[in-house]
Structures are given as structure tokens and as C-alpha cells.
Design a binder for this molecule. Structure first.
Ligand SMILES: NC(=O)c1ccc[n+]([C@@H]2O[C@H](COP(=O)([O-])OP(=O)(O)OC[C@H]3O[C@@H](n4cnc5c(N)ncnc54)[C@H](O)[C@@H]3O)[C@@H](O)[C@H]2O)c1
Length: 355
């Protein structure tokens, strides 16, 4: 596998597959050699923007049997991440999977088990965790700069942003929390050192979607009548360490749009947007704006592509394995369960499985 110092990659799903595929192809050690989608024109359109030649597939199972492919990016709707990725790892392909890992905890666990027992590189494609600003905060947290991070707030708010271009978003298994909440939850939890959750309490609802309101583009009644997910969710995760994380996501709201992570540490605090560090030195409050160098292009996708390729070719340890996607899924599903039952949910995770 992955001979001659390059990784031969296939892209499944031409939506978010485009950003990932272009970044993988732009890496000197990445080649995009195949595309797979149900819509041929979408593949032809992406193929035009990629270097080299790509085989076009409409059947992912057939594609997974192609021996000239080393690794597969999975960018299908949520409900299809697990079937596609399980087929890929069974065929000994490395996998890079978009968020959320799955549409349920059970499906996510099935995939992690299959990927880990296949022994392939398995990684989440997480554009928020891998953004330059989150990587900066992660490095600061790992260096101990914040002291103990004992509380976090993470939110993702849209004014009119319900997606309905594929029904998977608004049907069961979709929803605002699995679509957007996942990003800020993952980023904050990761910067806080991936603490083990103890209890989760949450609320969720759909005050916009079923009424045909709050969509990012005009949506006919025959589509919005199928709305069966949350268009907002929020709650509190209490960790075994005693730390807490408040997380919220709104596809639609009467509030200004915002993506924010706020971190409360014993020695310093931070905000993601605009990127700012807060601390007190000799009784003086210091607020520092952080201006990261603009390296051009989309930092997240390039970094995800480079890390995935380094893991495959150089044996670098993956910093975002699918196991992290499962752990985030467990917290998300617990929050949604708490919302539907009106009760706090206790997570029974062992320290061993939460590594
Ligand atoms: N920032 C991010 O990381 C980010 C951003 C957007 C979307 N996403 C994720 O990407 C996934 C897809 O969302 P999208 O916005 O790209 O949707 P999309 O509808 O634009 O694209 C999905 C594509 O998958 C194809 N597809 C569906 N079933 C298939 C099958 N059986 N085999 C092959 N192809 C199939 C569809 O034809 C479509 O072209 C979702 O899980 C979403 O959460 C991630």
C-alpha cells in the first residue's frame, strides 16, 4: 500500500469532498485517483479542477475493490459515513471521514471497531479543530499556559442557515447539533484536553424548520414537511474532573451569526473569535489580540490533508482518530437524549476506553 512515497486517494461525495480533494491533491505526496458520487456531473466538475486523471465510480463498493487506491475520503451525507467507511476499511484502505462520524452512537462504534481491527490509518476531517486559531489554542493549552481549563463555552449560531440540499440534514440522524454543534463541541473538548464526560443535560427543538422558516435557500413545503431533527440544541457536559462545557448550536435564530469558543483557565483564558488571550499579571489585566500569519489558502484543509498523508507514509501518530469522533458522538447523543427525555444522562465510560 501507498508505494513510491505517494498516497493514491479516492473521494466519495462531491460536496465537502471538493475542499478535501483539492487539498489532498495539492499536497506533494497526495494523488486523487478516483471520485465517487451518484451524480456524474458533480464528479466531472471536480475532475476538471484536479491534476491528473481520475476513475469515476457511482458504486462505492466497486470503488473499494480498486487495488490502485490506498485511501478513501468519506464525504457522503451523515447516514452514509459508516457504510462507506466500513466497506473501505474492510478492503484495507486508510480512511478520512468528515464530521459527524455517524448518525448514531451505535453506528459510530461499529466503524471504530472495524477501523481499529483493520489496522488502517483512520482519521476525522475536522475543519474547526484543525483551523489555525484552534491549533494555536490547543498548543497553548498543551504547554500549560492556561493552567487548568475548568470551564468552556462553545456555540455556533446561524440566523437563517438550515441546509436542505440533501434531505439527510433535516431527517432523523441529521439536525443542527450533529451538523454544527459537533464542530465547536469537538474543538472546545479537544483544547480542554479531551476530558471524560460524567453527565450531560440538554434541551433541543425545532421552532423554525417544520414551519418552512430559517432555511439558507428557498425550500418547498414537500421538503420542509419532512423535517424530523433539531434546529437548535444546547446543554451542559459535566466531566469526571469537575470541569464543565456549555455547548449550543442554532441553524436558525433571531440572533447574530457567531462561531465562538470561550475558555476559562486558572492562569489565563481565551476566546476563539476574535482570537484573544486574557490574563492578569501583577494585578494588571492584560488582553492580547493574536494575529496569526495569513499563509493563504484554506489552512484547515491543507493541514488535515498533510496530517493524514504523514500518518500513512511516515507512521506519524494520528491526532484526530475516528475514536475521537465516537467520543464526541457519545456526548452529542447523550445531550439529544437528555433533551428528548427531560432527564440528565449519565455516561458510563471507563478511563481505559476514553483514552
Ligand atoms: N466543515 C466541514 O467539515 C463540513 C462542511 C460541510 C459538510 N460537511 C459534511 O459533509 C457531509 C456531506 O455534506 P455536503 O454539504 O457535502 O452535502 P452535499 O449534498 O453537497 O454532498 C453530498 C454528496 O454525496 C453524494 N452521495 C449521496 N449518496 C451517495 C452514495 N451512496 N455514494 C456516493 N455518493 C453519494 C451526493 O450525490 C452528493 O453529491 C455531511 O456529513 C456534512 O456534515 C462537513
Amino acid at each position: 500500500m501507498a508505494g513510491a512515497g505517494v498516497v493514491r486517494i479516492a473521494i466519495v461525495g462531491m460536496g465537502i469532498g471538493k475542499a478535501n480533494g483539492l487539498a489532498l491533491a495539492a499536497n506533494p505526496r497526495g494523488r486523487v485517483v478516483a471520485l465517487c458520487d451518484l451524480v456524474e456531473e458533480r464528479m466531472v466538475e471536480l475532475a476538471r479542477q484536479l491534476p491528473g486523471e481520475q476513475a469515476l465510480y457511482m458504486d462505492y463498493k466497486l470503488m473499494c475493490r480498486d487495488r490502485s487506491i490506498d485511501a478513501i475520503f468519506v464525504g457522503t451525507p451523515n447516514q452514509l459515513h459508516v457504510p462507506v467507511a466500513v466497506e473501505a476499511v474492510r478492503c484495507d484502505k486508510h480512511v478520512l471521514v468528515t464530521k459527524p462520524l455517524a448518525d448514531s452512537e451505535r453506528a459510530a462504534a461499529r466503524l471504530v471497531k472495524a477501523a481499529e481491527s483493520a489496522g488502517v490509518v483512520n482519521m476525522m476531517s475536522l475543519s474547526t479543530r484543525f483551523s489555525p486559531a484552534c491549533r494555536y489554542l490547543q498548543a497553548r493549552a498543551e504547554s500549560g499556559y492556561f493552567g487548568e481549563l475548568y470551564y468552556g463555552r462553545a456555540r455556533s449560531v446561524r440566523r437563517n442557515g438550515i441546509p436542505a440540499w440533501n434531505l439527510g440534514f433535516i431527517r432523523e440522524g441529521g439536525g443542527a447539533f450533529r451538523d454544527m454543534g459537533v464542530h465547536v463541541l469537538d474543538a472546545a473538548w479537544s483544547i480542554m484536553g479531551r476530558p471524560r464526560p460524567a453527565t450531560v443535560t440538554g434541551v433541543s427543538g425545532a421552532p423554525f424548520g417544520p414551519r418552512g422558516l430559517g432555511y439558507s435557500r428557498a425550500t418547498p413545503p414537500k421538503t420542509y414537511r419532512q423535517f424530523a431533527a433539531d434546529d437548535y440544541a444546547g446543554g451542559l457536559i459535566r466531566f469526571e474532573s469537575g470541569a464543565g462545557l456549555q455547548v449550543e448550536s442554532f441553524w436558525a435564530s433571531h440572533q447574530p451569526p457567531e462561531v465562538q469558543v470561550e475558555l476559562f483557565g486558572t492562569d489565563a483564558g481565551a476566546r476563539l473569535s476574535p482570537l484573544t488571550i486574557y490574563r492578569t499579571e501583577d494585578g494588571v489585566e492584560e488582553d492580547t489580540s493574536v494575529n496569526l500569519p495569513d499563509r493563504g489558502g484554506s489552512g484547515s484543509w491543507d493541514h488535515i490533508a498533510a496530517h493524514f498523508i504523514d500518518c500513512i507514509l511516515d507512521g506519524v501518530e494520528c491526532t484526530a482518530p475516528l475514536r475521537h469522533g465516537l467520543q464526541v458522538q457519545q456526548m452529542m447523543e447523550a445531550l439529544l437524549k437528555s433533551a428528548s427525555t427531560g432527564r440528565e444522562v449519565r455516561l458510563h465510560t471507563s478511563a481505559e476506553e476514553w483514552k
